[in-house]
Design a protein around this ligand. Sequence first.
Ligand code: T46
Length: 142
Amino acid sequence: MTGVDDCRLIELPRIDRPQGAITAVEGGVTIPFEIARIYYIYDVVYQANRGGHAHKELQQVIVAVLGRLVVTVDDGAQRRSIVLDRADQGLYVPRMTWRELEQFSSGAVCVVLASLPYDEADYIRDHGAFLAARSSEASASS
Ligand code: T46
């Protein structure tokens, strides 16, 4: 089963022109899965946190296209915090990883590329239930 060590920063192509920069990504090429959904988080209230859940199957790449935020990932055994502050870098978050998004800078915009359509049944929103699910998957695979 994947853990926080599988959360990695992906360098996204950045094409600079005299007028400014552009970044394009493709599912299954730059992004390690086919992209089924894109959503963005913005107008985040001062000191508000987002996330605080895991996904049973969903994989995602999180990009701070504007501003800065901190993503903390947790696999039940280890936690890691990663600063996102570049539009040409994305954080890959595999399935069954708890994530918290915090310390958003004012005006930050975060784009998320997701491997599946929205499905509330895919969320684990209770940390204790997340730990139990991880442990039951680990026992089933050993
Ligand atoms: C994640 C982090 C990074 C939808 O109706 N469709 C969607 O595609 C999404 C993402 C959300 N929603 C609804 C569900 C809730 O009623 O929007 C509301 C807020 O969602 P949530 O509380 O899950 O928002 P965040 O920012 O805590 O989490 C989101 C994603 O849900 C989650 O997958 O990893 O961003």
